[in-house]
Write a protein that binds this ligand. Structure first.
Ligand SMILES: [Zn+2]
Length: 239
């Protein structure tokens, strides 16, 4: 199988049921806080990979709407959207424009890889984090003003080249499952704490003690920081 064929196979296998009617639901009805946290990691890794690519082609920034193929000067076909729906009919039921657009550009990138495009060949996996995000059910992404938004929070709508300076994010299945697990552990810990159960919990990453630090915002909003004793380890806010 060439790149394009295996790309089509992946996109066709994205389960439309994960996305039907999803835009009518609140974020927290669709995915857990841990899942959104894992989603954010995938998006951050995509931004990093695009950053490396932008540095390579000496460009400062690119909008989330721009395909990597377009950055190399290729133009979309006139009937691209229609033919995409013919190729991947599951997307007829998925009403998320940006997810469709990124999938189209992913397939165009696969075609460039098959055509042995010199630059594309140096970035064969640039779309991997986003396709993985879509496959896992985290494809509900949208833009609002200058931001890319979803249940994961927000990223800037334009991707800057300096993103490429970041340390790579581990997007292996194991790493993503661990992110979900540690958020679930913290949520359970906090629920027990609120019920007056003061048992101890340990960090999944390093085994040291997790601390719950209650906070009150200026507006009287109660929130909690759950933090590993180890420096620069688990550290997240919950409410
Ligand atoms: Zn730790």
């Amino acid at each position: 199988m060439n790149y394009y064929e295996s790309g089509v196979e992946r996109i066709r296998n994205i389960d439309a049921n994960l996305y039907i009617e999803i835009s009518k639901k609140r974020y927290e009805e669709v995915r857990s806080k841990g899942e959104y946290e894992a989603d954010a990691n995938l998006i951050a890794e995509y931004y990093r990979r695009v950053g490396v690519f932008l540095q390579f082609i000496s460009k400062e920034a690119a909008s989330i709407y721009i395909g990597m193929d377009m950055l190399l000067g290729f133009k979309m076909e006139e009937n691209e959207w229609d033919s995409f729906l013919e190729t991947c009919p599951n997307f007829n039921k998925i009403d998320i424009m940006l997810m469709k657009l990124i999938s189209i550009h992913y397939l165009r990138w696969c075609s460039l890889l098959d055509a042995r495009d010199n630059i594309a060949l140096q970035f064969p996996d640039i779309y991997e984090p986003m396709i993985k995000l879509f496959e896992r059910g985290g494809g509900r992404i949208n833009t609002h003003h200058h931001e890319l938004v979803g249940g994961f929070g927000a990223f800037s709508r334009s991707i800057h080249a300096n993103r490429g300076d970041m340390t790579p994010f581990d997007i292996s299945d194991v790493a993503l499952e661990n992110i979900i697990k540690e958020v679930e552990l913290a949520e359970g810990y906090l629920a027990d704490y609120k019920n007056g159960n003061l048992s101890e919990n340990n960090c999944i990453r390093c085994g040291n003690k997790l601390l719950i630090l209650p906070n009150l915002s200026d507006y009287g909003y109660q929130w909690y920081k759950i933090k590993c004793e180890t420096k620069d380890c688990f550290d997240k806010n919950f409410s």
